[in-house]
Design a binder for this molecule. Structure first.
Ligand code: ADP
Ligand code: ZN
Length: 738
């Protein structure tokens, strides 16, 4: 007899086996009630398995909470795959599949009582009531004129209860219970106007045709590579419509709901006529709202679901299409257990369903791109802007020259960019200034010649460690002393670089006193709706110049913006991450794509100390192919993804030595019986060596195949007993190396 392995609800994540009483149709994914110590509790069945012979008899399940499993077979299969591939516990996966709001017992559907009149009462009955029971008569008249002859009991006013009861008893009306949706959009401030489908350009039409074919007969995943402004969103919308027309449902993944207000808005506008069939999964839904949305999705009431990463587990029935917008974004990677990649899980789920899956981007990840080259994915391109406009003109300004001209090591604004801003102000056009804050004050760069201290073995920038005043390579461990002058040109002013948005705003305000500024970054956007309000103000042209970080890089469309300035394009290039060049290229291309999206022609000015770096030059030419060719060559040469899988094993502890010692022990064991071609890096301090009071050490692993790498690490972790005060984290396909 198999037993049921049950994950008990609640924070302590207990897992116990229970015997299944005869005749219980228990399946994995079922919610059950079980005895726990002297009480009873609820939980989720993870699996059914024969338990090894036990000394004691297992206790029995008490009852089934829901008649059928809440987790669909496809999602359970996806969940098992995730647990295995990423080395996550099945419990953590089930927590993602069934959000706490759905598992917690306190949450249940909210209901209300409705008085229903099935047929109008006979004249004589009415006449009688009018004389003898005025209240009952009044209620009946109300109901006779109500829509569908239904009214909520709560709306009938205090003191109607006795009258209602009497009417119910006399068989003149019925009282029903009805579920009420806690509608997250109910207090919606914005009115949504329905948008009509546009006439597609020939390229868009071709793309739509390919996607529609895949909806009918799911095949390979589709990579939609469309330059910024090429109308990818319009293609998504029409493909979604097509899936709906076929009676299927649609899942739309975006990097972050709060950072993509315009994309969400466009979906809401297109499907405004069926608003209650669209579910937007925000992170700030209340537990009750989340419960309702989840069940609306599961029952197939909601037909389109829009959400970030975790929405990939939305229990949509009859799934016809998954859209992954901005598929290259690393926010698709979950940084807590289970550490899955939302895009990759989307592709997997689509294969299991099966359904169509479209990954869209102007700057696809090299992983997805390589999959099109190897024939695993189908490539569809949109290489022209939908409105027929040309791509914006990109100018590169060499800040080394600017530093000489302005006689300071860190000029914030070049003359060229300042003049361009002034001209926009005169013409009443708007500008966006972008500041790349990644890698802030980390790498060492010479302001004279632009030289950045690099590792001789790994082609990544060395990271400055303040505590021991050293430069360290975070891939191989190579160490170097901090040069007192530039190794290249011998200038003594080599410095850590970096400045923030606030400083930029101060400086600009002095240079352009008449301009109205707004700043968008994590600090300025803490207030609820701050981002939306600022973007609306910008749209209404109450702001001339918008200054922002990564938060403004995504999906924004402002026709009056004719100038985009990128203040420090190369900062992100020198972070200790083999994806530094790729990320810089992506960011520059995305940001540049915000310019000239209306009638007016756009201009982009890129300020950099390394004007000849490939990321900057290829972004300037809007040349994804050129960039990816060169970058892939480098990746292949050094065995980085997409030619290998890369993972990070981190040990954290408030005790520095113990974290380090634990990782050294793990390192020794990893070296024993390692699968062939697995490259196991040295245990090293993490770039972010102390965080939240914890010391961090890490090992980078690279291998040609994912499974052997992941299994090997998991086996070593299972065999090693870890000290209580050390946390070990395994991040498969890591996107973040800090
Ligand atoms: P992307 O998502 O590829 O950056 P968008 O979907 O934002 O591009 O489209 C850019 C602009 O072009 C939007 O204003 C959109 O309404 C418009 N657009 C898209 N498709 C068409 C079309 N077929 N005809 C006219 N305008 C279009
Ligand atoms: Zn190195």
């Amino acid at each position: 007899m198999p037993n049921a392995r049950v994950l008990i609800d609640g924070p302590s994540e207990l897992v116990f086996d229970y015997a299944i009483p005869a005749g219980f149709p228990v399946q994995p994914g079922c919610r059950v009630r079980v005895p726990l110590r002297k009480k009873s509790a609820t939980g989720t069945v993870l699996s059914l398995a024969e338990s090894p012979q036990e000394d004691f008899a297992l206790r029995e399940l008490e009852s089934l909470v829901d008649p059928e499993p809440l987790i669909t077979p496809v999602l359970l299969k996806t969940g098992r795959w995730i647990a295995d591939y990423y080395g996550s516990s099945l419990e953590s996966v089930v927590r993602s599949l069934l959000p706490e709001a759905v598992r917690t017992e306190e949450n249940s559907a909210k209901t209300r009582r409705i008085a229903v009149l099935d047929a109008p009462p006979a004249e004589d009955v009415l006449a009688k009531l009018e004389k003898r029971a005025a209240r009952q008569h009044a209620l009946l008249s109300l109901l006779m004129h109500a829509p569908d002859r239904r009214l909520a009991v709560a709306d009938l006013g205090e003191g109607s209860n006795a009258a209602l009861k009497a009417l119910e008893k006399a068989g003149l009306l019925r009282i029903e219970t009805e579920e009420v949706r806690r509608d997250p959009e109910a207090d919606g401030v914005e009115e949504i106007l329905e948008s009509k489908p546009l006439v597609l350009t020939p390229q868009q039409a071709k793309a739509l045709e390919v996607i529609n074919e895949s909806i009918a007969t799911p095949g390979k995943p589709i990579l939609l590579l469309g330059v910024t402004g090429s109308g990818k969103t319009e293609v998504y919308l029409q493909a979604a419509q097509h899936a709906l027309d076929l009676g299927k449902t649609v899942l739309v993944l975006v990097p972050e709901i709060s950072l993509t207000p315009q994309t969400v808005q466009r979906f809401k506008a297109r499907f405004a006529g069926m608003q209650d069939k669209v579910a937007v999964l925000h992170s700030n839904l209340s537990q009750g709202e989340r419960f309702d949305e989840w069940h609306r999705i599961r029952k197939g009431v909601a037909r389109i679901v829009i959400g970030a990463r975790s929405a990939v587990f939305a229990p949509l029935p009859d799934l016809g299409l998954i859209l992954v917008d901005e598929e290259h974004e690393n926010s698709y990677k979950q940084e807590n257990p289970p550490r899955y990649h939302g895009r990759d899980v989307a592709v997997l789920r689509a294969a299991f369903e099966p359904c169509a899956v479209v990954l869209g981007s102007a700057t696809p990840s090299l992983e997805s791109w390589q999959n099109t080259r190897s024939g695993k994915y189908h490539l569809v391109r949109l290489d022209q802007r939908a409105d027929g406009q040309s791509m914006p003109l990109v100018r590169v300004v060499d800040m080394k020259l600017e530093a000489m001209k302005q006689k300071g090591p860190h000029p914030i604004l070049s003359d060229r960019l300042r003049t361009a801003l002034e001209r926009r102000l005169e013409k009443g056009e708007q500008s966006i200034l972008f500041l790349n804050r990644r890698g802030f004050a980390r790498s060492l760069q010479c302001p004279k010649c632009g030289h950045v201290c690099q590792c001789p073995h790994c082609a990544v920038a060395l990271t400055y460690h303040r505590t021991d005043d050293r430069l360290v390579c975070h891939v191989c461990g190579h160490q170097a002393v901090v040069p007192r002058k530039c190794p290249e040109c011998h200038d003594p002013s080599i410095v850590l670089q970096g400045y923030g948005t606030q400083k930029v705003e101060d400086v600009l305000q002095r240079l352009l006193p008449k301009a109205k500024f707004a700043r968008i970054d994590a600090d300025a956007m803490r207030r609820k709706h701050a981002l939306r309000d600022t973007l609306n103000a910008f749209k209404a042209h109450k702001i001339d110049i918008l200054i922002g970080t990564q938060m403004i890089a995504k999906g924004l469309h402002f026709p009056n913006v004719t100038l985009v300035g990128i203040l420090n394009a190369d900062v992100g290039l020198h972070v200790p991450d083999f994806r530094a060049g790729e990320r810089t290229f992506q960011l520059l291309t995305q940001v540049a794509g915000r310019a000239g999206r209306g009638e007016l022609e756009g201009e982009v000015i890129v300020q950099t100390f390394t004007p000849h770096s490939p990321s900057i030059q290829y972004a300037r030419q809007h040349d994804f192919d050129g960039f990816s060719d060169q970058e892939l060559e480098f990746r292949q040469q050094f065995s980085f993804p997409p030619f290998a899988h890369c993972a990070v094993l981190t040990a954290r502890s408030t005790h520095e030595r113990r974290a380090e010692f634990t990782l050294q022990t793990l390192h020794r064991r990893l070296l024993e019986n390692a699968p062939p071609h697995l490259n196991i890096g040295e245990p090293l301090p993490s770039p972010l060596v102390k965080s939240h009071g914890q010391f961090r050490f890490q090992i980078t692993l690279r291998g040609p195949a994912a499974r052997p790498l992941s299994r090997h690490v998991q086996q070593v972790l299972e065999k090693t007993s870890l000290p209580d005060d050390v946390t070990v984290v395994f991040d498969m396909d890591a996107q973040n190396f800090s």
